[in-house]
Design a protein around this ligand. Structure first.
Ligand SMILES: Nc1ncnc2c1ncn2[C@@H]1O[C@H](COP(=O)(O)OP(=O)(O)OP(=O)(O)O)[C@@H](O)[C@H]1O
Length: 584
């Protein structure tokens, strides 16, 4: 139960509802048991009439009628309280499930990119959905049935001891065996549940990735191979589930066996005590009813134990992520005013997971109002520079400053809000085009959205769709072309008028004419901004105030377009090559 302890704060939040639930459960159990002493009393009256101790049949009739009325009344009240009991415990469990999902989701959002690289999306989704559902079973049904079993057992024991203490002792003899069996089986369930959940994560990751990559699977015609892999994984998952079910299956028969033994003890020992005149016949009837009354609560111990053990295994997996500290943290709460003078000073950067040194001793400056273009072969470290400016990763050697202050000392929210970043593979949400652009500024007016789309040269395309800006993208809607996607994400980046614009090769999928148009729009709107354009094309870089050429993480050339054309090197070669291609 070590890991489930972290849920206690949620129990505290709903403590009053749970206390009320507990009181209701006790009341429900007491009323549910009420009929047993009445049944015993009725048996004794009939026995007394048969023995001749009572001769007036009317007394027997009146007593039986009265007992029947009481039994009906108590049963109705018990049913009502049982309804309230479910309403309390199950509703609280749904509230906690909701809270827990929010906590996990919020924490996921705070974790750095590295975390997302180490863990797979299917696993993240599994923990926030499947694992939280397993934990919910502990918070709701398991808690409710535990309280029911506990109260039923205590109330029944009190009633039994009051009726016949010695017979009670014999009846509860199988209890120690029961506790030992529960302990043994629950350890096995815990181990097997952990494996089942791990398999489920693998299965989810596999399906999620194969659906996301369905275009690749189809174009390579590897559906049957993918099917085989899926079948192999799901067979593994099935086997692990069957192994779990086998252990769980032990519980119910074991409980029923123990209850059966108690019944035999009641009949045998109770019968002897009755023959010896120690107890009434009614007591045996009452005890048989009591023991059977305990059948379901005791049998449910097995089920509850299994739920608790599965929840413990799931909560352990949830805690594993909740205990992850975000690598990138906000150093201060007060916001910062950012102008956008960026400087890299001897920056070295190595990716943790691959150990690839992406940047080596990189230094440059770009001030507000200026445009810097970064050119270089693939893998040269261009995107890494942009990611470091937005603190998606932190540098371990050297320094990045904005307005002369180390970016690690700036308010993280102010820093990120001052940046309009268009990543290499533009990601758009399955929502309308309007919402996708508004993502950059949630309170943007329609006029601002259109203005941003015009500056990104995508307005004409959007109005060409029958639903215009309300056109839904992605799974439920249309698929934009690569160039349209890039331009919608440019509109999203520029709509909030950020001080720093970072474009990561985001004009690669548009034709040169549209590229010219976008660049001239950007030039117009970026007079008081710092713009960094990563590109493989000279056409995107030639008008920049500064151009740097990266090779293997190092700056090998820098200058303006005309300066670089006068130097032998990568830039001049690229220019000649691209000029040739254009002429052809
Ligand atoms: N998230 C990451 N984790 C580990 N290594 C990475 C990561 N991103 C990039 N790298 C590695 O760092 C190096 C620089 O990558 P980067 O993406 O900065 O290059 P790039 O110049 O932008 O390339 P391209 O022009 O292909 O986009 C590459 O060797 C790459 O494999």
């Amino acid at each position: 139960m070590k890991h489930l302890k972290s849920l206690n704060k949620f129990f505290l939040k709903y403590k009053w509802r749970l206390v009320i639930g507990f009181i209701i459960t006790v009341a429900a159990r007491i009323f549910a048991l009420f009929y047993i002493p009445l049944a015993g009393r009725s048996t004794n009256i009939i026995e007394n009439y048969i023995n001749g101790e009572i001769t007036d049949i009317q007394i027997v009739r009146d007593e039986l009628a009265w007992n029947i009325l009481l039994i009906i009344g108590a049963t109705l009240i018990a049913a009502f309280f049982t309804f309230l009991m479910r309403q309390t415990f199950i509703v609280v469990s749904r509230h906690i499930e909701f809270d827990l999902k929010n906590v996990v989701y919020k924490h996921y959002q705070e974790l750095s990119l590295n975390f997302y690289k180490k863990n797979r999306t299917g696993d993240l989704m599994n923990r926030i959905s499947e694992d939280v559902s397993k934990v919910r079973m502990y918070l709701g049904p398991a808690l409710m049935y535990s309280v029911t079993t506990l109260t039923s057992s205590v109330v029944v024991l009190i009633f039994m001891i009051e009726a016949a203490p010695l017979l009670t002792m014999y009846t509860v003899l199988p209890l120690p065996v029961l506790s030992f069996a529960i302990y043994k089986i629950s350890v096995a369930i815990h181990k097997r549940s952990t494996v089942v959940q791990q398999y489920l994560s693998k299965l989810n990751t596999f399906t999620q990735e194969s659906f996301s990559g369905i275009a690749v699977i189809k174009s390579y015609g590897i559906e049957s191979q993918t099917n085989e892999n899926f079948t192999e994984l799901s067979n593994g998952s099935r086997d692990k589930n069957i192994a779990l079910v086998k252990v769980q299956a032990f519980f119910f028969p074991l409980m029923v066996l123990l209850i059966g033994i108690s019944n035999v003890l009641v009949i045998y020992i109770g019968g002897r005590q009755y023959i010896n005149g120690l107890i009434d016949l009614g007591v045996i009837v009452e005890f048989l009813l009591y023991v059977n009354m305990l059948t379901w609560p005791i049998a449910s111990i097995g089920w509850v134990t299994s739920l608790v053990q599965q929840a413990e295994a799931s909560q352990e997996r949830i805690n594993e992520f909740l205990d992850e500290e975000p690598e990138i943290t906000n150093p201060k709460q007060t916001p910062d005013d950012i102008q956008g003078d960026i400087a890299f000073k001897n920056v070295n950067f190595t990716y943790d997971d691959t150990n690839i040194t992406a940047l080596k001793n990189v230094s440059f400056e770009v001030n507000s109002g200026e445009t810097l273009a970064i050119i270089g072969k693939t893998g040269a470290g261009k995107s890494t520079i942009l990611e470091l400016i937005g603190r998606l990763y932190d540098v371990e050697d050297g320094e990045i400053t904005i307005d002369g202050r180390n970016i690690q000392e700036l308010n993280l929210e102010s820093l990120r809000k001052s940046i309009g970043y268009v990543p290499q593979d533009a990601f758009l949400f399955s929502d309308s085009i309007k919402s996708n652009i508004k993502f950059g500024k949630t309170d943007a007016t329609d006029k601002e959205i259109i203005e941003a789309a015009k500056n990104a040269s995508v307005h004409k395309n959007i109005v060409g769709f029958s639903k215009g800006y309300d056109t839904v993208l992605g799974e439920r809607g249309i698929t934009l072309s690569g160039g349209q996607k890039q331009r919608v994400s440019i509109a999203r980046a520029i709509i909030h008028d950020p001080k720093i614009l970072l474009f990561d090769d985001c004009l690669s999928a548009v034709d040169t004419e549209t590229e010219e148009e976008i660049l001239s729009n950007l030039f117009r709107i970026s007079t008081n901004k710092t713009t960094i354009i990563v590109s493989h094309r000279i056409s995107s870089a030639k008008n920049a105030d500064k151009i740097i050429i990266l090779e293997g993480g190092q700056i090998v050339q820098q200058g303006t377009h005309s300066q670089l054309l006068n130097q032998e090197g990568y830039y001049k070669e690229l220019y000649a090559k691209q000029l040739n291609e254009k002429e052809m």
